[in-house]
Design a protein around this ligand. Structure first.
Ligand code: DOR
Ligand code: ZN
Length: 372
């Protein structure tokens, strides 16, 4: 019997990190990690954790719960709840963080790190964002904590916005860098710092020209939208997050940084789900739920920038290297398979009660699909 004819359009079996031919193909990547996510707690945790665990091997889990994670015991318990909420057989590993307050004891921060309960600590300027009421009034107030972290090599993760009401909301990141971050790095030259979810060209420039122990995460939404998205054709609360998206020139600077291959910029989704009534409200919550299609969303950006060959570094290598963790060995595959994103996801908690969330890219078509 003659051999069967080859398929008309053979899939492009890509090498790791290699760009497929235009219009076809698949991409194989070392499994990525998410270096910034909000998994929440209770029913919301049960509804959303699967979306993150399906794509990412590990994730840095933010501690801004109600009440925030300020003790080793609370973090241990939260880690247990996350593990119990995972789909059966999942190998997902939550990497927990401590929530810094003015009064947190440096010994508690250090003990949790040494015991491997948390891997980093998060600095929220007080009142900067969701559940940040108990945050830090001024970084100077936690100098003893920062000295301990510097000594033990524990990374500091920063929500970089001033809360001064006199500062325009679109300038809060740039002003934070100037007023707080630059002096903090001078005071603690050995401290590992991640400026989280950067949104401006100012932040890109600052990180690029900064010391090697400074890095930044970049979200998918800040790569896709500028501030117009919140106001296009009416008020769009699903595009409201903090730091708020900025003007187009900043989005372009973020895209250039993310796709440049510079290891100081790596993946952190800042996926931050809120229920419908919390988003569609006279005082709507900040946060974009991008976990369901996060890697596809990043892939779209890298493809549009002609940089698919650099997606693997950004998604799977630069983060673990910064944190001093091993690279993942498992791989994932993305296939070119255009698919429409649901306007609403009907998720459920562990008891089957519905949790409806609007995913980022709702109603759009994404070109790549995660297949395994
Ligand atoms: O948009 C945001 N949502 N930004 C944050 O900093 C916090 C997050 C949340 O927890 O909802
Ligand atoms: Zn966040």
């Amino acid at each position: 019997m003659p051999p069967p004819p080859p398929p008309a359009t053979p899939p492009q079996a890509s090498l790791p990190g290699q760009a497929p031919l235009p219009g076809t193909g698949s991409i194989s990547l070392r499994q990525p990690d998410d270096w910034h996510v909000h998994l929440r707690d209770g029913a919301m945790l049960e509804a959303v954790v699967g979306a993150t665990a399906r794509q990412f091997r590990r994730a840095i889990v933010m501690p801004n719960l109600q009440p925030p994670i300020t003790t080793v015991a609370a973090a241990r318990a939260y880690g247990g709840r996350i593990r119990r909420a995972l789909p059966p057989g999942s190998s997902f590993e939550p990497l927990l963080t401590a929530y810094l307050t003015d009064s947190i004891d440096p010994r508690e921060v250090e003990a949790g790190f040494r015991e491997g309960v948390w891997v980093a600590a998060k600095l929220y300027p007080a009142r900067a964002t969701t559940n940040a009421e108990a945050g830090v009034s001024d970084p100077l107030a936690i100098t003893a904590v920062l000295e301990a972290m510097e000594r033990i090599g524990m990374p500091l993760l920063i929500h970089g916005e001033v809360t001064d009401p006199a500062i325009d909301i679109f300038d809060r990141e740039a002003v934070f860098i100037e007023r707080h971050l630059a002096p903090l790095l001078q005071r603690h030259p050995g401290l590992k710092v991640v400026l989280e979810h950067i949104t401006t060209s100012d932040a890109v420039e600052f990180v690029r020209s900064g010391p090697p122990q400074l890095a930044a995460t970049i979200t998918p939404h800040h790569l896709h939208i500028n501030r117009n998205a919140m106001f296009q054709g009416g008020l769009k609360p699903d595009f409201y997050c903090l730091p708020v998206a900025k003007r187009e020139l900043h989005r372009l600077a973020l895209r250039a940084a993310a796709t440049s291959g510079d290891p100081r910029f790596f993946l952190g989704t800042d996926s931050a789900p809120h229920g419908r009534s919390a988003k569609e409200s006279a005082c709507g919550c900040a946060g974009i739920f991008n976990a369901p299609y996060a890697i596809e969303s990043y892939a779209a950006v890298f493809e549009q920038e002609g940089a698919l060959q650099r997606l693997e570094g950004f998604a799977s290598e630069f983060g673990p290297r910064f944190y001093g963790l091993p690279l993942n060995t498992a791989r994932i595959t993305l296939e070119r398979q255009p698919h429409a994103v649901e306007p609403r996801l009907a998720l459920a908690d562990a008891a089957g009660a519905p949790v409806a969330l609007v995913p980022f890219h709702a109603g759009e078509t994404l070109a790549w699909r995660l297949v395994c």
